[in-house]
Design a protein around this ligand. Structure first.
Ligand code: AMP
Length: 184
């Protein structure tokens, strides 16, 4: 399957803004809004994802709340597949399944609709997508939810990977992981 060369990676990384000390001191927030509002850069990224994933047999794209919705919904439409949102607790209106995961202090929770992958297939194949993987807690919980909901997470696509953390390694224990841009 297609991946990016070094020039393409540098081009895309240049479109993402670093915001220091957001949302709290010591965090460098990777702001993808500067990529999204650049038509050429957004199309470049989506063209790449489309070329890569038209070769993978999938039935749905699932995106993580909330920036995963932007890339996930755009990609699902290009691939002519359905889109499934994985949301923070309390946001989905119908019956849900949930997964809790540990944060530095306390826990967080993601949910999916119980019938999210209803269709003619017994175990539909799902591509999971989000903008960034850090500790991996969110993506691991999301991949588990997909499998609990009767589908199979066949790959997780993360636009950015904070490679100084072990999130990608944790996620690889559950599914194949494609990260486009490594942040050191
Ligand atoms: P984690 O569960 O630690 O892998 O965190 C991943 C989630 O938090 C993703 O949904 C990201 O959008 C968000 N996130 C974590 N760290 C950052 C960061 N430095 N910049 C932007 N988003 C982040």
């Amino acid at each position: 399957m297609e991946s990016l060369n070094q020039n393409d990676k540098e081009y895309l990384l240049d479109q993402i803004r670093d915001v220091k000390d957001f949302p709290k001191p010591g965090i460098v927030f990777k702001d993808i809004t500067t990529l999204l509002n650049n038509q050429k850069a957004f199309a470049f990224l989506m063209d790449h994802l489309h070329r890569r994933y038209k070769e993978l047999e999938i039935d749905f794209v699932a995106g993580i709340d909330s920036r995963g919705f932007i890339f996930g919904a755009a990609l699902a439409d290009r691939l002519n597949k359905g889109f499934v949102p994985i949301r923070k607790a309390g946001k989905l209106p119908y019956t849900t399944i949930s997964q809790k995961y540990a944060l530095e202090y306390g826990f967080d929770e993601v949910e999916i609709h119980i019938d999210a992958f209803k269709g003619d297939k017994e175990e539909p194949k799902v591509l999971l997508i989000d903008d960034l993987i850090a500790t991996g807690g969110t993506a691991v919980a999301a991949a588990k939810l997909i499998n609990q909901a009767g589908a199979k997470c066949v790959e997780a696509c993360m636009i950015l990977n904070l490679s100084f953390l072990d999130g990608k390694k944790e996620l690889e224990k559950i599914t194949s992981v494609y990260s486009l841009l490594d942040v050191k």
